[in-house]
Design a protein around this ligand. Structure first.
Ligand code: SF4
Ligand code: SF4
Length: 292
């Protein structure tokens, strides 16, 4: 088998896992150590035993995260926020700059490198595969409705003056539930039902259905990152057409299409996860900095 002499065998998945685990650790540690659950107890505040709850210098989750006086704002959180509030809050606008820049240059890497629910759903693929082998899985072909869903939700945010996307965004929901867990020692039935419903559906039926067909905020990031400069690319002379990359892509994007002159590859949906790159035995698939 022909090999690229300069090929490095480092697998990008290890870095991705580190990044995903770091975010999950933050979602647990931040509410656990920066907020005092007693300070947050509503009954004690009502009785005048304590001052109103204070959040110290690190707070938030993947929707809006604050360190000291600086915020990082998810681009869809920003849109959802300004449409529902109908004002532009300048600290949020400043907090948008870095996440938006990353998305425009690197694509929707939030989904593959940072999203804690994406991490859980990736692991859940093993359950799906196991049930498939046992004949207990019923796969559905779902259309990609992320973009119309996002449009409708943003419209509703504007009409109802309530941030609708924020209510059902799973990573934000997970962050909220962990926050409630540590501050009020409780979780909401809605949040737990939606999150476990997605996990159950993907285990029993269609693997990665949420991220590839349903997630409105992931769809928004796909659009913002459509013209990104970091993308996977193919060195055609190294490819042996073994088909492993096609088998590995979680969204069935068929990276082997990159062998063709007019690939018909869904660049917008690809989240630069690098799984196809990792399994390629010849190093034909690489990350490349270039515009399409
Ligand atoms: S084509 Fe490759 S990088 Fe893109 S989503 Fe599929 S496996 Fe990930
Ligand atoms: S994994 Fe894909 S790109 Fe790599 S050699 Fe096989 S078919 Fe070609």
């Amino acid at each position: 088998m022909k090999r690229d002499p300069g090929m490095k065998m480092r697998r990008v998945i290890y870095l991705r896992r580190l990044s995903q685990l770091f975010v999950i650790a933050l979602l647990i540690v931040v509410p656990a150590v920066t907020m005092n659950s007693f300070e947050w107890s509503p009954s004690r505040i009502v009785l005048g035993h304590l001052p109103p709850p204070t959040i110290r210098n690190i707070s938030g989750d993947t929707w809006v995260f604050t360190i000291g006086g600086f915020r990082f704002v998810h681009p869809i959180a920003f849109m959802d926020g300004i449409l529902s509030a109908r004002v532009i809050y300048i600290p949020y606008l400043l907090g948008l700059i870095i996440p938006l820049f990353i998305t425009i240059v690197l694509g929707r890497v939030f989904c593959s490198w940072l999203c804690p629910v994406g991490f859980i759903l990736e692991l859940n693929q093993r359950t799906n595969t196991l049930l498939k082998r046992m004949g207990l899985n019923h796969e559905l072909r779902l259309p990609d409705i992320r973009y119309p869903l996002l449009s409708v939700m943003l419209l509703l945010s504007f009409i109802l003056s309530t941030p609708v996307v924020s209510v059902i965004d799973p990573p934000h929901m997970l962050g909220r539930e962990l926050m409630y867990l540590f501050t009020h020692h409780s979780v909401s039935l809605t949040g737990v039902s939606i999150l476990s419903g997605i996990i159950l559906f993907e285990g029993l039926s269609t693997s990665r259905a949420w991220c590839s067909s349903l997630c409105p905020s992931g769809g928004g990031l796909s659009i913002l990152g459509a013209k990104r400069v970091l993308r996977i690319g193919m060195e055609r002379q190294l490819c042996t057409r073994c088909g492993r990359c096609d088998e590995r892509c979680p969204y069935n994007l068929e990276p082997m299409r990159l062998l063709e002159d007019e690939p018909g590859f869904d660049w917008i949906k690809c989240d630069n996860c690098g799984l196809c790159r990792d399994v390629c035995p010849t190093g034909a698939i690489k990350y490349m900095f270039r515009r399409r």
